[in-house]
Design a protein around this ligand. Structure first.
Ligand code: NDP
Length: 430
């Protein structure tokens, strides 16, 4: 007895069966009487998922499997707080590629902007809140995570309010403007028994993860040096990034943080000493309150030196290089939203090999939001919890202190690998 699916396909084929038969004949292949395709063509449906077998030779790059996202009602709901550039340009569009997270609410100081955005993304009016209404989110069961995307100095208050509203928190980097604020945020989430994750998207990005994997398993030999740079040329001097009480600092907490955090995450070690220098162009209205260029050297317990730099007055460059005795790995555009390329250099017999890996494209914001969603659903510790953010705040405070005093600043010795991170990421997950 033919199934409904077969009947539908037979109908579709009726008009083209003659053409198909002649094409098969031209290739010496006998067409089936019904034209019924096999599972190779149409895939398999099982357990709420659709899968396709591989059809390319094992020499070829396998295609990506269908994402098989959770059904919308089962995804973990996020409310995004602060509808600025990052939220509107990157975070909200990234929900479309999420498998486990979905947008369920908005918080903004601008009701008209929020109305427009809510309509674009199908967020119900009753899930839109002002900053003075955060406590009301407690009653909205569709929201489980509050994602804080405000200027840096406003993170602390929003995270504390989110935890008090009984919600888990994803907080943009830098976590705060001081170690004390970061401690307060961790304590608020601990007291409310809620998870706190810092949005270090590069720790979820595939090229950065591949570099860390190769460096940690010894592919590069004995690693002795890291070189990381993140620069951009700022414009409008009136934006909050140039106002110290909102930003907490200049290029260091905004973009230099990527050099610091990615170096730490690539090596798994924590620095034991930091030395720094700062320079800002004179009489430049952008740098009356915050710094432009910061150069800092991290010394790690194994002896590795990391030379890092950030700037707000240099054309954009966002690379990291890890150098070992057997080879080196470099990611160009390492800290950008997209366009990462991982280059590996080593000796291959008589030849010097220089190869570029192609790891496919996955949206970093979707990956980190899905990670948070799975941590909430499965009650797991995020890979980048509040403690990871606090460690960077401590290190940035030491960098500023070194630049101010002209002295190297010694730091607490951490002997464990990844002392501030949650469990390693599951490859199925990101
Ligand atoms: P924007 O200036 O574009 O937006 C900030 C938004 O915060 C505003 O649009 C506003 O939203 C809200 N806001 C509330 N109070 C204030 C205030 N006093 N001054 C200014 N804005 C206020 O900033 P970004 O979106 O670029 O940055 C937000 C956060 O995201 C920062 O912590 C930043 O470091 C981080 N970030 C992270 C990136 C990453 O790659 N992970 C990249 C860029 C930024 P509303 O009108 O809705 O109230």
């Amino acid at each position: 007895m033919p199934s409904d699916v077969d009947e539908t396909r037979r109908h579709l084929l009726a008009g083209s069966i003659g053409l198909a038969t002649s094409i098969y004949a031209a290739h010496g292949v006998a067409a089936t009487a019904t034209g019924s395709p096999t599972t190779v063509d149409v895939g398999t449906v099982a357990g709420g998922k659709v899968t396709f077998p591989a059809i390319d030779a094992s020499t070829e790059e396998p295609g990506s499997p269908p994402p098989n996202p959770d059904i919308p009602g089962q995804r973990v709901g996020f409310a995004v707080v602060g509808l600025g550039r990052l939220a509107l340009q990157n975070i909200l569009p990234a929900f479309a590629q999420c498998k486990h997270a979905r947008l369920s609410g908005l918080v903004s100081g601008d009701p008209e902007k929020m109305r427009v955005i809510a309509a674009q993304y199908g967020v119900p009016r009753e899930a839109c809140y002002g900053y003075n209404e955060m406590s009301r989110i407690r009653g909205n069961a569709a929201i489980q995570v509050i994602y804080v995307v405000l200027p840096n100095a406003l993170h602390r208050e929003a995270v504390v309010q989110a935890a008090q509203a009984g919600k888990h928190v994803l907080c943009e980097k830098p976590m705060s403007t001081s170690p004390d604020e970061a401690r307060e945020m961790i304590e608020a989430c601990r007291r409310a028994d809620r998870k706190l994750m810092i949005a270090y998207r590069c720790q979820y990005e595939v090229n950065n993860r591949e570099l860390a994997k190769r460096a940690r398993r010894g592919d590069l030999g004995d690693i002795q040096f890291v070189d990381a740079i993140n620069t951009q040329n700022q414009g409008d001097p009136t934006q909050w990034r140039q106002i110290k009480k909102l930003s907490g600092g200049g290029s260091l907490p905004d973009v230099g943080l990527y050099c610091l955090n990615t170096t730490r995450a690539s090596l798994g070690e924590e620095p034991v000493e930091v030395t720094a220098r700062i320079h800002s162009p004179e009489h430049d209205p952008r740098f009356t309150e915050v710094e432009s260029t910061v150069s800092f050297l991290l010394r790690f317990p194994s002896g590795i030196l990391a030379n890092c730099a950030s700037s707000y007055s240099l054309h954009e460059k966002r690379n990291i290089r890890v150098l070992g005795s057997k080879g080196s790995a470099e990611i160009t555009n390492a800290f950008a939203y997209a366009g990462q390329k991982l280059h590996l250099s080593h000796r291959d017999g008589e030849a010097a090999a220089d190869i570029e890996l192609s790891l496919g494209v996955k949206d970093q914001f979707s990956l980190e939001m899905d990670h948070m969603a799975l941590c909430v659903r499965n009650n797991l510790e995020p890979r980048t919890p509040g403690e990871e953010g606090l460690q960077d705040q401590i290190l940035m405070a030491a960098i500023y202190e070194s630049a101010q005093t002209g002295r190297p600043i010694p730091l607490r010795m951490e002997t464990r690998r990844d002392p501030f991170r949650g469990p390693p990421l599951d490859d199925q997950n990101v």
